[in-house]
Design a protein around this ligand. Sequence first.
Ligand SMILES: [Zn+2]
Length: 256
Amino acid sequence: MAIKLEKLVKTYYDKLEDGKVMGRKCPVCGNVEWPPVYACNACGSYETEWYEMSGKASLVELYMTTTMSAKPAYKPFEPYAYGWVKAEEGPERNVMIRNVTKQNEAYVRAHLPYPCHMEIVQCDGYKSCVFAIDPIDGEGNPITIEKKAAPVKKEEETPAAEAEAAAPAAPGACKAKPETVAALIKLAAESYKVDPATLSAATVFETELKAPSVIFVGFCAKIEDEFDVMVTITDASAAKTIGGVAELVDKLVEEG
Ligand SMILES: [Zn+2]
């Protein structure tokens, strides 16, 4: 089966720079995949094509966070909550949803599914897509939310204790090449804005590098550039640790 090899992640990010959020549409059954993946999850066809998302979506479920994260990577996104959204074209996903506040939470909750939209935001060095509702007050009246200062401040946290807590990988646990692990630690440190000394092959993305998934996607895009390989977000997420992703990268490089 001929699978057209295109750099999905790179193309996706290049299009974001042009203000377009791209998915993949299946010409066989019409199903749309977002974030873009090659194969159609509805009928299994590999012949999906680029498709510009309308950006319209519905917030189906809402989860409030008790406190905003202290991580600087989150700052430009405030105020936000998390929610289950369904894009107009069908794809559903658990995402960050901006402009939901303690003041308007009850109103939004009472009006689910609530209209929302994709929003392209500037991260450190790349653009990303998050979701947002139009800013409203507690009665659903439109309001203006003051823009947060855009530059993301560099963070000087990483107490020694935390650094020590990042346990080194057990010998033999990670089969990836040491140079691959070292390169990924460098890329992860850049993406997550942490001290590389706190990272190891054993670092778990989900629990130890808590950040919006857009940061992980950006990390994958950096890997694609650095190693000239295609990384699917699904495979990379399944790898869980830096060492796991390194093994994946080694495998992809080997396969050419
Ligand atoms: Zn299909």
